[in-house]
Structures are given as C-alpha cells and as structure tokens.
Design a protein around this ligand. Structure first.
Ligand SMILES: Nc1nc2c(ncn2[C@@H]2O[C@H](COP(=O)(O)OP(=O)(O)OP(=O)(O)O)[C@@H](O)[C@H]2O)c(=O)[nH]1
Ligand SMILES: [Mg+2]
Length: 290
C-alpha cells in the first residue's frame, strides 16, 4: 500500500478546511472517480463535524491556533489501495513558517519524496494584502498624517503574493532536500464563486495575473521546472455568508452533494471545469482524469 501526503498550505481563512470537508463528502458520495474513499479514517469524527456544518448550509469555521487534525484517509487511487495524509493546519502556522523560516519539527513526516502541495489563496478575502503602492508612499514620504485615517502606509502586513511566492520557494528548497524530484504544486483560488462572470471565463491563472501579477509571473517561470496547476475552487458554487437566497436554495432544492465545482487551468490556456471536487487532490497524486 502506498501512502502519499498532500499538504494544504495557506494563511488564515484561505479555504483549506472547507475544501478538506467538501473533499470528504465527495470521496464518500459513491460516484466513480479516480480517487474514492476506502473505509473510515481515524479523523472520521473531525471530518464528519466539518461536513455536517457545510450540509446545514454554513461554511466550517476557522481552525484555532494549535487545533486542526492530521487526516489520514484510506482511498482507492484507481484500483490501488492507498492512503492520503492531509494535515489540516491553522493558517497562523503558515504565517509563522514564513516569518521564522523554519519547518516545524513536528511536521517532519509531512514532507517526503512523494509529497505534493496545494497552496490556497481566497478570492476577495478581507485578509488579502494588496501590494504596497510605492508611488503614494514616496510622495508622502511615509507621513501617514497626509493619508486617509484608516490607510496604512507603514508596510505592516506582507502582501499576499509575496507571502505565497516565498512559501513556494521555501517548499521547493525543502522538497529538493528530501529528494522530491517531481514536486507538484497546485495553486487553489478558493471562493471562485465570488469572482465576476468575466473573470470566471478568463480562468484562475488570468485572475492571478490580474490580482497578484508577481505571483503570476513567478508561476509562469516556475512551470518550466516543476509540475504546476492552478485551480479555481468553489465548494458549493455559492456563498452562504452573503447570499441568503443561495443558502435557502441549498437547504431546500436538490442534493447539496451535487453542488460545487473546480476549474482547472494548466497555465497554457487550457481551462476545464469539472463538478469533481476531488480533482485538485487527484492531480496532486498524479491520478486525475482531466
Ligand atoms: N464564497 C465562498 N467562500 C468560501 C469558500 N470556501 C471558503 N470560503 C470562505 O472562506 C472562509 C475561510 O475558510 P476556511 O476553510 O475556514 O479557511 P482556512 O484556510 O481553513 O482558515 P484557517 O483555519 O484560519 O487557516 C470561510 O469561512 C468562508 O467564508 C467557497 O467555496 N465559496
Ligand atoms: Mg482551517
């Protein structure tokens, strides 16, 4: 039996846990897919609670610092009996990894020659930090008295794209150290349902290029030496928090497990949409259908 780890990487509130719980629902819905659940994992209760929250018509909540679970899920990958380890860590730990530049000792077993990563960032998150506007800062020479009251020109808060590029580079380095020659990195833009119809048509890589241009060009150059993919992910194709109508419809019409989608973008203009929520993990394991 083979065991593979897929690490969900991302700052606070980037959609890691909601994807994990939605994935668990998908793995168990009985549909034929490249990966399917095989029995109950040790973390079944953790997964069940998160999935139950979602099925009631709400997003699962923030993982508290020091909380989360290491979810080892037995699966069939094709015909092969296998198992995936999906550590669900709080976003604060990833920010700490960025600041302290040290891979925590208790994570040692997470990164091996077979590991892959899904890096999460959430479209329209209030926590996304825009790149600094250097022109404004130079013009006012950092004198915040000249700026609107709630404007922060101090440079506090690392721009999201800097954080992500740096995390990817650190992960590349660590992967090389453990002999991971075909390191796969998928970038997941979560809450894909919150972007405009035009942005949805253009695809998640175009979205990254527009919103996080430095990350976009970094990925384009990294794609020549690593296996990269960009995903747009919506766990149920709607927003429980801001669309009361959607929430009502979710609770009353059809099977909630039939909702949700993934847009797969190979960075070369091939964009493909699928209702199979397991696709980012299946791609990470190299067993996807697309
Ligand atoms: N509209 C929409 N919002 C989403 C989706 N997935 C996640 N969200 C929003 O993102 C928030 C954070 O999601 P989490 O799954 O808790 O994020 P996380 O990365 O696990 O966050 P931490 O536990 O803080 O590290 C949720 O509370 C939702 O508001 C989605 O598919 N659509
Ligand atoms: Mg979480």
């Amino acid at each position: 039996m083979t065991e593979r780890t897929v690490i969900f990487v991302g700052g606070p509130e980037t959609g890691k846990s909601n994807y994990l719980f939605r994935l668990w629902l998908a793995l168990r819905d009985g549909k034929r897919r490249p990966i399917m659940a095989r029995g109950l994992p040790a973390a079944a209760e953790y997964l069940r609670q998160g999935a139950e929250t979602q099925l009631s018509g709400a997003f699962a909540g923030h993982t508290p610092d020091g909380g989360g679970d290491i979810c080892e899920i037995p699966i069939y990958a094709g015909e092969l009996e296998s198992s995936i380890i999906l550590p669900d860590r709080p976003g604060e730990e990833w920010v700490r990894f960025y600041r302290e530049r040290r891979w925590p000792a208790e994570w040692a077993s997470f990164l091996g020659a077979d590991t892959s990563c899904l890096i999460f960032l959430r479209a329209n998150s209030r926590l996304n930090q825009a790149p600094l506007d250097w022109i404004t800062i130079q013009r006012f020479q950092g004198n915040s008295a000249n700026l609107a009251k709630d404007e922060d020109a101090s440079g506090a808060g690392t721009p999201t794209q800097v954080l992500i590029v740096d995390l990817i580079q650190m992960l590349f380095r660590l992967a090389r150290k453990v002999g991971n020659a075909h390191f796969r990195i998928g970038v997941v833009v979560s809450a894909w349902d919150t972007v405009s119809p035009e942005e949805q048509t253009a695809g998640p890589f175009a979205y990254l290029n527009a919103e996080f241009p430095m990350l976009g060009s970094f990925l384009r150059s990294a794609a020549t030496r690593s296996e990269l993919m960009v995903f747009g992910l919506s766990v149920f194709d709607g927003d429980f928090d801001n669309q009361a109508e959607f929430r009502h419809e979710f609770q009353t019409v059809g099977n909630p497990r039939d909702r949700g989608s993934v847009v797969i973008d190979d960075l070369r203009g091939n964009i493909f949409r699928t209702p199979d929520l397991t696709e980012p993990v299946a791609w990470s394991l190299g067993v996807n259908a697309a």
